[in-house]
Design a protein around this ligand. Structure first.
Ligand code: NAD
Length: 443
């Protein structure tokens, strides 16, 4: 089924002279440094909303950055030094909020970018948090469970000089999960001498987690896609979908899209992808992944690479793995009419421009995957008030927040005749700037 845009595409806010502007892509092909990419995206709206130059300068820089080199005793008795980071981009609107990533590619620029995106995301969904991110450069698959726990507890202790329920509240991201959040909560609580559940979100239910948090990011992706399609007078029924990444965000997005009537035809993980144009049985696939550790080898599918998956003839593409997946190189070949960014930063600025010029709608990360931080906010509120809500209530509240954010972005899109990412930045940056202006520059 074709996705009819149903509305006139607004004129592109990109022009040839943009190449000389700070917001123009730094590279003409392929990968972009994530932090440079985040600053480019920000700079595109500075002129558009006539942002005060002092405030723009504040927001171009992370507010504070902590790098920690810390030892972990390995199972064989040796000591290994790991490097980790915690970056607060802005706390103008509230405590710093953002996930922790454990992956080999983690570095300070990736963490800076992810922290900046968190600032805008929290503002777009209008929750009272600033933006943060953290991570440890490591290969978690090569660690035993004991090593992973010791690494997590030592890293939590190292960054505890920033963490607390009213200052900085981490959450899961790539290769971190509810168990790791429980270890962080326990480590912090041991030092405090009492249980502090609100110091981290994405926890298991048994230690102050929230109903609906595990599925929240994927559910938000579903709600955002449904809104985009509904507002074009179309329905999700029978639309074909490809999902890159089958972790928390990708697998839940695939499952919920399938349940909502879409036909998920391709998914992938770090080992590669699978494709069946007739559709995949997602429930069976989840079982297969649990048993085999990968989606590869699922019966009745052909093998595709992660790069090939992005270019399949589908209606909707959900990148839900890493940054820098849709670049100037492959953007001309993307066939989906709707790109829903489950991942943070999957589309480079130059690819954004190419997709926009081709009439392809991109639902930007800072709107599309904001369901996770929204239910993290609900979890934090429940922990602080020590009163817990039911899942139906949480999902209904999440939907209200996502639809309200979509409305605000759509309004900005009309006001500025811009693409959705620019419009989402307008909403997010204006709200953060307003907070800074109202608070004033200290001293
Ligand atoms: P995850 O660790 O649960 O899953 C990551 C998935 O990506 C795994 O299936 C992994 O095999 C796959 N993968 C790894 N390398 C890949 C590659 N080169 N190509 C394709 N797939 C690859 O992580 P997650 O929490 O699902 O996060 C995925 C993305 O969503 C990240 O960009 C993250 O920042 C973003 N995000 C996560 C949340 C959340 O609540 N977890 C919220 C908002 C945004």
């Amino acid at each position: 089924m074709a996705l009819d845009s149903g509305r006139k595409q607004p004129a592109s806010t990109w022009t040839k002279s943009d190449a000389a502007k700070p917001g123009a892509p730094a590279v003409t092909q392929g990968h972009v440094n994530p932090y440079e990419m985040a600053v480019q995206q920000f700079d595109r709206v500075v002129d558009l909303i006539k942002l005060d130059s002092g405030i723009a300068e504040i927001l171009r820089h992370p507010q504070r950055e902590l790098t920690v080199n810390f030892p972990v005793r390995m199972d064989d008795g040796s000591v290994h030094i790991f490097t980790g980071y915690r970056v607060h981009h802005s706390i103008a609107r509230g405590p710093a909020k953002g996930g922790l990533r454990f992956a080999s590619a983690v570095d300070i620029d990736e963490v800076r970018a992810l922290a900046m995106w968190m600032t805008w995301k929290c503002a777009v969904v209008s929750i009272p948090f600033g933006g943060a991110k953290g991570g440890v450069a490591c290969d978690p698959k090569s660690l035993s469970l004991g090593e992973l726990e010791r690494l997590t507890r030592r890293f939590a202790t190292e960054i505890s000089i920033l963490m607390s329920p009213d200052r900085d509240i981490p959450a899961p991201d790539v290769n971190t999960n509810p168990q790791i959040m429980a270890w962080i909560m326990d480590t912090y609580s041991m030092h405090a001498g009492h249980s502090v559940t609100g110091v981290v979100t994405g926890k298991p239910l048994s230690v102050g987690g929230s109903e609906g948090r595990a599925e929240a990011t994927g559910r938000g992706v579903l709600y955002t896609i449904e809104e985009a399609i509904r507002r074009r007078g179309n329905s999700l029924q029978g639309m074909s979908v490809a999902v890159q990444g089958f972790g928390n965000v990708g697998s839940v997005s695939a499952k919920l899209l399938d349940e909502a009537g879409a036909k998920v035809v391709a998914v992938s993980d770090s080992k590669g992808g699978i494709y069946n144009p007739a559709g995949l049985d997602i429930k069976q696939l989840v079982r297969h992944r649990e048993e085999q550790g990968t989606v590869r080898g699922f019966r009745g599918t052909e093998v595709v690479t992660n790069a090939e998956l992005l270019e399949l003839p589908v209606d909707i593409l959900v990148p839900a793995a890493y940054e820098n997946q849709i670049t100037a190189v492959n953007a001309p070949r993307i066939k989906a009419q709707l790109v829903a960014e489950g991942a943070n930063g999957p589309t480079t600025p130059e690819a954004d421009r190419i997709l926009f010029d081709r009439g392809i709608t991109v639902l930007p990360d800072i709107l599309c995957n904001a369901g996770g931080v929204t239910v993290s906010y609900f979890e934090w509120v429940q922990d602080l008030q020590e009163f817990f809500w039911e899942e139906a209530e949480i999902n209904a509240k999440l939907k209200r927040v996502m639809v309200r954010a979509f409305d605000a972005v759509e309004q900005a899109q009309e006001n500025h005749q811009a693409d959705m990412r620019t419009a989402a930045y307008v909403v997010g940056v204006q709200r953060v700037a307003e907070a800074i202006k109202t608070r004033g520059i200290y001293p």
